[in-house]
Design a protein around this ligand. Structure first.
Ligand SMILES: *Cc1c(COP(=O)(O)O)cnc(C)c1O
Length: 226
């Protein structure tokens, strides 16, 4: 299957829905991204700061770059001028740094809080309780150059579809409760980023507004090259 066929297929599936496609282009070179761009894709997700910055330099400036991978505080400054949305905020310390860099760049940087929903050890993110603690803290309320526009979650890597569905469902339900309860100027919850190549169908059924799709568009990644 070509990138074009894959993208057309997703466009067809998402037609009339409230779910947006984030094309995850990590490990793929700019030429491949340009191929997707030429078919009309403008939103790309990357998981590494250096890679995203290098691609930003050489690709058209109307691309919206989403950072989806773990972000180190000392690297925020490199993406702060142009990043469209950071999906992977996993500490208050990181959020404070994003705020600082937002101030320097005279912009408000949209962010999602990454919430830990998987029954695995390896995933970054806040627990539900930690999200509440952060949003309730004085330090958070003072941040004027970030805006929390939603939540991101990754389900357990498993063949058990019911488990995946339950994890997405828990996140959606938490999202809705938060939305009812939180009334802060720097929180405007509208996005729920959940679903990857292996589980996006379930994620859409459970209310995802952003699916992050890599291999189902670009093909299998070759990690050895990187
Ligand atoms: C790589 C990655 C994706 C896309 O994964 P695929 O399975 O290739 O669709 C989505 N989200 C995050 C956080 C990723 O790192």
């Amino acid at each position: 299957m070509s990138i074009e066929t894959n993208i057309e297929c997703f466009k067809e599936k998402l037609k009339g829905s409230h779910t947006q496609l984030i094309a995850v282009s990590k490990t793929y070179p700019p030429e491949v991204i340009k191929e997707a761009y030429d078919i009309g894709i403008r939103v790309f997700g990357e998981n590494k700061v250096q890679e995203m910055t290098a691609k930003y330099e050489v690709l058209p400036k109307d691309i919206q770059w989403h950072l989806i991978g773990h972000l180190q505080t000392n690297k925020v400054k490199f993406i702060a001028p142009f990043v469209h949305l950071i999906h992977s905020i996993d500490s208050l310390k990181l959020l404070k740094e994003v705020n600082k860099q937002g101030e320097k760049n005279k912009r408000i940087i949209p962010c999602l809080l990454q919430v830990y929903i998987a029954k695995e050890e390896t995933k970054f993110g806040f627990t539900f309780e930690e999200v509440l603690e952060v949003l309730d803290s004085k330090e958070f309320k003072a941040l004027k150059n970030i805006s929390i526009v939603g939540l991101m979650g990754m389900a357990t890597f498993t063949a058990n579809k019911e488990q995946i569905r339950n994890e997405f469902r828990e996140l959606k339900s938490f999202f809705e409760n938060l939305n009812r309860e939180i009334n802060l100027p720097n929180v405007q919850l509208k996005e729920l980023s959940m679903g990857m190549s292996g589980d996006y169908e379930i994620a859409i059924e459970e209310g995802s507004t952003m699916i992050r799709i890599g291999s189902a568009i670009f093909g299998k990644r070759d990690y050895q090259i990187n």
